[in-house]
Design a binder for this molecule. Structure first.
Ligand SMILES: [Zn+2]
Length: 408
């Protein structure tokens, strides 16, 4: 490896004499090119953060010429880094570099990838962050060895069909700061994905297929417009970190309580008032919930309304009770009424008496102290948990930490 001095105009003499440089790194300043001994570049890395406007033209010429050098390396060239070079068009000569493993073109002006990109089947890292792309292009699906894909800071509003099918080795996908309003269902086919980040987009929902990414370890969905999280999130059994900061989420799904490996949950800046029952059992290390209108333990008195159950509710409770008692006749009859069977399957259980009910219940809040092992936000003294009771009879038996929620 050889690093150039930051303001030198020439290669160090050692470099000029070398015909076997494996790594050339020049940080600022500019390079001299009339040396013809450097023929075996494995790595080409150029930064020009400090170049003045006069130097930009120089910079373009240098980029092209250095690229030519890399091309001379042919299949030996493994890494190309052209960071912040004002490149508008991807170099089509990429097809002459079949052994390329890393292609870093971040901080340029690329609005379209070149078709030759699809020939880079050995590529494991592609960084097109901070460019002008409007879609995740189809060409990417041919990059079958790709493990890391950075597409942050573009204008991406769609993902071309079939892209996910080709990316079976992908473990990391960064789509932060784009304009996605939805994700295609096929995202669920990225079966090796462990890290997915889609912060600062305009997602209003995430498809349930995302929940089939069973290797997912980190999921970042901060600064979107999500209204809810699918119940199927419980399928992400390897998830450790979940970030949902600044969305419009009102209710967290009960499925969240089944994420046994979850260590960090950040839901700051949503509209959550209450957590699903079982939430306090999570084995979290960090939990942040600032900026949510959480219920606080401040009881108010309200009149108990008289409730008369509907005929459907009374029937459902009877049938559910009979099923609990293993009534064979009811079980047998239900097989002929699949619609009723489906409805009955959505029954809930009273937290107090354990009896089932279907669609009429009393929503209550129970306050429990957060686990001592959790590192938490300052605003959280007690966790408000949502619990459901079957009747006012059970409501009268409730413990001192359970309160009815007054419907406004
Ligand atoms: Zn009850």
């Amino acid at each position: 490896m050889l690093s150039g001095p930051t303001c030198s105009g020439y290669f160090p003499s050692l470099a000029r004499k070398s015909s076997n440089i494996s790594y050339l790194h020049h940080n600022g300043g500019w390079l001299c090119f009339y040396d013809t001994t450097i023929l075996q570049l494995d790595v080409l890395k150029i930064y020009n953060r400090k170049l003045s406007s006069i130097m930009v033209t120089f910079s373009k010429i240098m980029t092209e010429r250095l690229l030519l050098r890399a091309l001379k390396g042919g299949s030996n060239t493994k890494i190309i880094t052209l960071n912040g070079k004002k490149i508008r068009k991807m170099p089509s000569a990429l097809e002459k570099l079949p052994g390329l493993r890393t292609l870093d073109l971040q901080n340029n002006l690329i609005s379209k990838v070149c078709p030759e990109l699809s020939t880079l089947t050995q590529l494991t890292l592609l960084n097109l962050g901070n460019n002008l792309l409007e879609e995740v292009p189809e060409e990417i699906k041919y990059l079958t060895s790709l493990k890391r894909l950075h597409l942050f800071g573009n204008r991406i509003c769609r993902i071309a069909t079939g892209v996910c099918d080709g990316l079976q080795e992908l473990i990391m996908l960064n789509l932060n700061n784009n304009q996605l309003t939805s994700l295609p269902q096929e995202v669920g086919r990225l079966r090796n994905l462990t890290y997915l980040s889609i912060n600062h987009n305009q997602l209003t929902m995430i498809p349930t297929e995302v929940c089939s990414l069973e290797n997912l370890y980190e999921l970042h969905l901060n600064y979107n417009q999500l209204m809810y999280i699918p119940e199927e999130i419980k399928l992400l059994q390897n998830l450790r970190h979940l970030f949902l900061v600044r969305n419009n989420i009102e209710v967290l799904p009960e499925g969240l309580c089944h994420l046994k490996k979850l260590k960090l949950l950040d839901i700051a800046g949503n509209v959550i008032q209450i957590f699903p029952a079982g939430f306090q059992e999570l084995k979290l290390r960090e939990f942040y919930c600032e900026g949510n209108p959480l219920f606080v333990k401040q009881p108010i008195t309200a009149k108990l309304p008289k409730v008369i159950w509907t005929l459907q509710e009374i029937t459902a409770r009877f049938v559910l009770h009979q099923l609990q008692e293993n009534n064979q006749l009811i079980m047998y009859s239900l097989e002929y009424y699949p619609e009723i069977k489906h409805k009955i399957s959505k029954a809930k259980k009273c937290v107090l008496c354990g009896k089932p009910f279907l669609s009429e219940w009393l929503e209550c809040v129970q306050f429990v102290p957060p686990s001592k092992n959790w590192k938490i936000s300052k605003n959280l003294q007690l966790i408000p948990l949502r619990i459901l009771l079957c009747s006012y009879r059970c409501f009268r038996w409730r413990g001192p930490d359970v309160f009815g929620i007054v419907q406004e």
